[in-house]
Design a binder for this molecule. Structure first.
Ligand code: ATP
Length: 288
């Protein structure tokens, strides 16, 4: 059995530049992996089948699962005779804006590259990943990166300054397509992506906090006011800065002093079931 870690991501920035003729949005976002991860187990099968099992009651265990799609894509592309049993220990909240499904797919690609002795480069795995979903290439590399195009073009960036990340997920699932559909491109306040890149290059925590921005935040907050309330609470409990990740509904807050982590965590726990306190991972995945 081979185990692979599939970490969640947060968006430090998320900008939408325009809508493309192919109907995708041209995006520009800075993402970074955090130490909240699913665990993917991969067990060789000699009968050629792909079988998927998940500890979570809510993710599909058939072809709709992105990890299943990753295994099938590798198997078909490289004509692999063996099969695999994929086991997902789910820790990342589902439909939360944390790319849980994409990360499971990416970890499956990285793990099967080993298990099936394919020796594919990480760039090839990322290219394959783009066929499964726009966030999969980023998750193949992990670490911190600028993602452009529909999210699949990845440029590595330095790891963020050391800090804590508090995450709170209201009890709702958000459809990414629905949120993008509610975006009015004429009327958005763009985040300062360049300034965020500078904060990473200069390892400037305060500038990073000041540069957080997500154009989808106001759309999701209008649809689900509880997201705005969680963000306000987080700020009230004392995080340095807070933002919604991806299309939401998870909100994260940053803290650079460990002594305040418990207070914010416990405060939020009072009215939100799913709260996590984790570190940024920052560096790239090592298992290619
Ligand atoms: P993103 O941030 O990339 O938009 P997300 O965190 O909002 O992703 P996911 O947790 O990846 O959303 O799940 C979105 C949908 O994908 C779920 O409704 C679920 O049914 C489906 N899905 C398919 N495979 C998986 C998987 N391995 N883990 C979680 N969800 C999966």
């Amino acid at each position: 059995m081979l185990y692979v870690k599939a970490p969640a991501k947060i968006n430090l920035t998320l900008d939408v530049l325009y809508k493309r003729p192919d109907n995708y949005h041209e995006v520009e976002m800075i993402m970074t992996t955090i130490d909240l991860a699913d665990r993917i187990g991969l067990q060789q099968r000699m009968d050629g089948k792909i079988v998927l099992q998940s500890s979570s009651g809510i993710v599909p265990e058939d072809e709709r699962n992105l990890a299943y799609q990753a295994a099938k894509l590798l198997k078909n592309t490289y004509n692999i005779q063996e099969g695999v049993t994929v086991t997902i220990d789910k820790e990342i909240p589902v439909a939360a804006g944390l790319a849980g499904g994409s990360s499971d797919a990416a970890a499956t690609l990285r793990g099967l590259n080993k298990l099936w002795n394919l020796n594919l480069s990480i760039d090839t795995l990322a290219e394959l990943g783009a066929k499964i979903g726009s966030d999969v290439p980023f998750c193949v590399y992990g670490g911190t990166a600028l993602a452009t195009g529909r999210g699949e073009k990845i440029k590595p960036l330095p790891a963020p300054p050391n800090c804590w990340v508090i995450l709170a997920k209201p009890k709702i699932g958000v459809s990414t397509a629905h949120v993008y559909g509610g975006l009015n491109l004429e009327n958005i306040v763009h985040p300062n992506t360049e300034q965020m890149i500078r904060s990473l290059k200069e390892n400037d925590y305060n500038l990073m906090c000041k540069s957080l921005g997500n154009v989808l935040e106001s759309v999701t907050c209008n649809l689900y006011p509880e997201v705005a309330i969680i963000k306000e609470q987080m700020i009230r409990f004392g995080v340095d800065a807070a933002l919604m990740s991806g299309s939401g509904p998870t909100v994260f807050g940053l803290l650079n002093s460990e002594s305040r982590v418990n207070r914010v965590y416990n405060g939020l726990k009072g009215f939100c079931e799913e709260v996590y306190a984790v570190r940024m991972l920052g560096g790239r995945n090592t298992l290619a």
